[in-house]
Design a protein around this ligand. Structure first.
Ligand SMILES: NC(=O)c1ccc[n+]([C@@H]2O[C@H](COP(=O)([O-])OP(=O)(O)OC[C@H]3O[C@@H](n4cnc5c(N)ncnc54)[C@H](O)[C@@H]3O)[C@@H](O)[C@H]2O)c1
Length: 268
């Protein structure tokens, strides 16, 4: 049991995940580093004084088991960074490689949905923060990998739709949308970017943005991260108001109760 707030970071063994762990430790959290690569998670945990766990985020039960373990060891969970992600390894116009496609959707989409499902009962006890790592490609997909953009757009939609239902539980949820970050994931593109002298974000830039987003207490937002600029809350254009057949404004929509948040039940 701990009085310190506890943060879970999936994909925490990677370059940005490790920076998240350092940032959260500096903010007084006990970081729990979860990664498919258990050895990498252990290295990061040793560096930041956290705890390491092997986790495949695409395994629904494994996400729940991990949160149960966190609760039995530390008694609480306050912040969750759902950061594990993979590229598709597939070019835009190639025939679909089903195995790669399923892997990308399993990690990038299921990993976020399952992580939130597992963490919500625990986060609902005191309120907290959920940070999902999306990508700048969801805001500017013109030059992006389409299947990767599909997965990261799905989670951005999920984040935006969950913000209101989570408000009564004092849980914020936001998406980070970084441009190119100098990590091993860039391996294929790196020579091209270097050749053109294109600036890259560092893992610490992304971690600082994550801390900033928590501090703003915003929710349901996409945060654009580009080199040399502060994190920018992305502004969507307003949608034109619906009109009745006679051209008068449509009445305000009243949503039925099932769409309202349900009380916390279950494992906490
Ligand atoms: N590097 C970039 O330019 C960039 C830009 C925008 C968004 N992102 C996103 O940032 C996140 C991490 O990227 P990174 O650059 O730090 O890459 P990285 O490869 O260094 O880190 C990814 C981590 O996720 C882990 N992982 C992979 N599959 C997993 C699974 N099924 N379960 C648990 N862990 C798993 C890997 O072992 C690795 O430690 C990804 O979600 C990625 O899409 C990266």
């Amino acid at each position: 049991m701990t009085d310190r707030p506890v943060a879970l970071i999936t994909g925490g063994g990677g370059a940005i995940g490790a920076a998240f762990a350092r940032q959260l430790a500096a903010r007084g959290y006990h970081p729990v580093i979860a990664d498919l690569d258990a050895e990498a998670a252990a290295t990061v945990a040793a560096e930041v004084g956290g705890t390491a766990h092997g986790l495949d985020v695409s395994d629904h039960q494994a996400n729940r088991d991990l949160v149960d373990t966190i609760l039995s060891r530390h008694g609480r969970l306050d912040t969750v960074c759902l950061h594990a992600g993979v590229p598709t390894g597939q070019r835009a116009t190639e025939p679909l490689d089903l195995i790669r496609y399923r892997r990308a959707t399993a990690v990038n989409i299921d990993g976020v949905v399952f992580g939130i499902d597992a963490a919500l009962p625990a986060l609902s006890v005191r309120g907290g923060h959920i940070i999902v790592t999306s990508t700048l490609a969801v805001l500017d997909p013109s030059r992006a990998n389409p299947l990767y953009t599909l997965t990261k757009s799905a989670v951005l939609g999920f984040v935006r739709a969950l913000a209101n239902p989570l408000k009564p539980r004092n849980i914020t949820i936001n998406a980070l949308c970084p441009g190119f970050v100098d990590t091993p994931m860039l391996v294929a593109l790196r020579p091209l970017l270097t050749e053109q002298g294109y600036p890259l974000l560092t893992p610490d830039d992304v971690a600082a943005a994550m801390g900033h987003v928590i501090d703003t207490a915003s929710t349901g937002d996409a945060w654009a991260l580009v080199p040399g600029q502060p994190p920018t809350r992305y502004e969507y254009l307003p949608i034109p108001p619906s009109l009745m057949p006679d051209g008068t404004p449509a009445p305000e929509l009243q949503l039925p109760a099932p769409l309202a948040p349900t009380p916390t039940t279950g494992r906490v």
